[in-house]
Structure formats: structure tokens, C-alpha cells
Design a protein around this ligand. Sequence first.
Ligand code: MF3
Ligand code: CO
Length: 253
Amino acid sequence: MVIIKSPREISLMKEAGRVVGLVFKTLEESIKPGMSTLDIDAIVEKVMLDNDCIPAEKGYYDYPASSCVSVNDTILHGIPSNKIILKNGDIVSVDIVASYHGYMADACRTFKVGNISERAERLVRVTKEAFFEGLKHVVVGGHIGDISHAIQSYVETHGYNVTRDYTGHGIGTHMHEDPNIPNYGKEGTGHRIEPGMALAIEPMVLEGRKDTRVLPDGWTVKSKDGKLTAHYENTVIVTKEGYEIITMYEGEK
Ligand code: MF3
Ligand code: CO
């Protein structure tokens, strides 16, 4: 069941989204070779708590941290660790959810550590562009499948793959609500897009084959072939006129 948000609920989600943006701005200025993924988690937690938000991932199905920090071939749900040290040339995805008075905003960025290869650069760029291709189809009266199809086509045209194992989703007082938003699918299928929907649209892209595997820790998801992966996500509110992205900071490119 899709839950349509009231203006009051949307304003609370926007505050959560503002803090998510602030976290990304802080990380953009902080991520350096030599840091651990647990150092990143500490920054995420501090910025959220300092701004009256709760890191909603902590304790979600017993998840142990305030962020998911996924390096290179880890596509999702990397558990922050003081043993995972970032090195020059890595790409690191930071996926976070802030809750403000119970209302959530979810987003992810893939950051560059120092100077990265042309190959990694292209993957990160195409993943982000895929989100904006999907966004063009956030139109009242359209279908969720239009977003899915646009993301899949864009990614595959560039020679990459989308995961079939994880999807985007609705969001509100729960991190994961209806509708499901796969990164693959057919135009004209899925739920109709209506004003007041809150959508977490999140291309998760593999440089190589689409297959993933979960590590014995029960969380960390890697590409099976060991090739690079990238992830870009925003929470988007559907409006009568179109949409509003609530998890980007002012001036963010
Ligand atoms: N933020 C992720 C998403 O994009 C989910 C994280 S799972 C958690 O949907 F357990 F870490 F919270
Ligand atoms: Co999400």
C-alpha cells in the first residue's frame, strides 16, 4: 500500500533530507586516503545527532552502524570497520538514512578517494546520470516502470549492469515502503505515480556482470566477479508539477 504524505509530513521529511545533504557536504570535504570506513560512520552519526536527527539504519534488523560504507567491489551494506582503510584510487559509497521526528530521508553518494582511474570515474558518473534519467519519468500519471526502464536502458547502453537483487522503494515513517522501484523493468508497468508519494530512487550499478553475493557477516554485498560497483540515491517527493529532490545540499552538483 502506497502512503501519500501530507504537507506536514513532507516538511518533516525535508528536514531529514536537509541533514542528509549536510552529511554529504561534510563527507565531500573530509574523505581522504588513510581514513577507515568507521571514521566515515563517526562523521555521519555526529552530523545527524548534532542536527536533531537519528541515524535510522542503526538497529534496523540489527544493523550495527549509522551508515553503510561500501568500497569498490562492495555494492551495498558495507559495515563500517576500523580495519577497512581507504586508499588513493578507491571509490566509496556512503548510504544513509536520517530520521527527523520519525520521518525519514534516504540517500547515497559514491565518493572518490584521492585521484581515481578514468574507468572508476566513468562508472560513478554513469550511475549518477542514470538517477537523473529515471528522474525525468517522475511525472504524475506515469508509472514506476517508466523510471525503472529509463535507469536500466541508460546503464546498459553504457555497457554496465543493474542489480536485480535490490531495489529502490517508497519511504516515510518506514525506511522501506511501497512502491518497489526496481532499476530494471518495462515502461507502463508498476504503480501509477501520484502527488505526495515519496520515492527513494537508487541506481546500483555493476561494472561487470549483474550477479552479487552476500558475505558471511550477513550484510556486505559484493559483485561476484570482483569488478567495481557504484550507487547513487536521492529521496524525491512527487508534486503536482513534477518532483522535488530533498536530499541534495545547496550548490551540490
Ligand atoms: N539505506 C539503504 C537503502 O537504500 C538500506 C540500508 S539497510 C540498513 O534502502 F540495514 F543498513 F539500514
Ligand atoms: Co534506499
